[in-house]
Design a protein around this ligand. Sequence first.
Ligand SMILES: Nc1nc2c(ncn2[C@@H]2O[C@H](COP(=O)(O)OP(=O)(O)OP(=O)(O)O)[C@@H](O)[C@H]2O)c(=O)[nH]1
Ligand SMILES: [Mg+2]
Length: 230
Amino acid sequence: MSALWQARFFTTVNRLPDLPKLKVPEVAFAGRSNAGKSTAINLLCNQKKLAFASKTPGRTQHINFFSIGGAHPAQHRKDETRIDEIRAFMVDLPGYGYAEVSGSAKDHWQALLGRYVQEREQLSALVLIMDARRPFTDLDVEMLEWFAPSGKPMHCLLSKADKLNRSEQADALRLSRSILSSYVDEAGQPLPFSVQLFSALKRTGLDEADLAIRQLLGLVAADAGDLAPT
Ligand SMILES: Nc1nc2c(ncn2[C@@H]2O[C@H](COP(=O)(O)OP(=O)(O)OP(=O)(O)O)[C@@H](O)[C@H]2O)c(=O)[nH]1
Ligand SMILES: [Mg+2]
């Protein structure tokens, strides 16, 4: 059982001043609307309706926080989470690139997302979810370039891999690796970016994503040769 299975809804935020004050590591899921962020969170947390997933793009319109720790998995859903025992947050960000969102609402979200990934101290890492059929669209690159100067790690999930055959999957992975390796720090060293294939439908890449995210959240014992989800 993965530690991520303990996740419970914590809070919804619409403005940066309302972000939780708790200083625990958080990993945020960013990506275009409809890329599969909420579906990935649900699968990783082994809960069908934790993050709302939908056939209609643009459904996640707030920043949703899910806490890990502070509640026994067997505890009743409605029992209060013990704040002082929370170890980490997973954060579902609103999707970008949703055409039907109007100008001012779009601007509000762009600004909020940009500032969140650039300024949020507790943000340990970003999980960037991109449809494996069209990774690194302009808006994904914009998100990546907002985040890159932080020097923090980013793990990319090439989602909906079930829509590609094996050779297309290999191409998508190769292309993504080459784009990511073009980002270097001032010393010319590659940034801590990684990428994998993922399919929520087929559960492809689930163990790899689970381990990567637990590592980014500091939930994997440093000494454990922990290659299987606990
Ligand atoms: N074939 C396939 N469909 C998927 C996969 N993951 C998600 N989907 C579908 O893609 C659609 C969008 O998924 P969501 O998880 O709601 O996407 P989101 O990124 O949270 O979207 P927003 O909340 O609008 O930002 C849903 O119809 C999902 O069922 C996958 O791995 N394979
Ligand atoms: Mg969503």
